[in-house]
Write a protein that binds this ligand. Sequence first.
Ligand code: HEC
Length: 197
Amino acid sequence: MSNDPKEPLLLDHNYDGIQELDNKLPRWWVWLFYITIIYAAVYLVYFHVTRSGELQEAEYASEMKAGEQIKAAAMGKFEASIATIQPSTDAAVLESGKQTYVKYCAPCHRVDGGGLVGPNLTDDYWIHGNTYPDSVKVIWDGVPAKGMITWKTVLKPDEIQAVASYIYTLRGAKLLSPGKLPENQLPAKPAGASQFE
Ligand code: HEC
């Protein structure tokens, strides 16, 4: 504590016995304070005067736009591959496909694929074709007029591939109770797994 009379530590006012100490602020603290002032000035000019930087809302919009482009590219790529797509036999993929199926598809197609509102997925009768790409396409686009949801806006391409691969394994499955009756004629030449072979 300095007792320099030119820089008194104890200020000379006195209110009902309460006095004030004029402690010097630590230099590092004062510098931090100056830096925040300089920072605020730079911030103001950068974001609000020259408008060089994107504010949160604009930044959000441009990130969303970039995300949409990535999504559209991935969806376009998957859509182009549907014609030649093959079912996955990977156990992890089938397991995740099963989870998606139980969560989203079972309410309409029954847990075992026997069919409820939606058609039986285990028999040889297909409304929209019996090949694997046919199934992927129906799941991808849906049949909104008939109550089959368009899943491309809900599930990611790899989730659709996984769930389609899973239902492919249900073909010819032995059902615990009779499944929904056929809603279409047998295809002329059944391809793929068949319970009648
Ligand atoms: C809201 C009920 C509903 C849900 C949920 C649903 N579906 Fe469907 N699905 C249907 C209906 C109804 C049809 C028949 C459409 C038609 O008659 O053209 C169908 C048709 C299909 C077909 C074509 C069957 C054929 O005979 O050609 C496949 C494959 C299919 N669904 C798979 C799925 C998968 C996979 C899911 C889950 C991601 C799912 N569905 C969820 C109602 C549903």
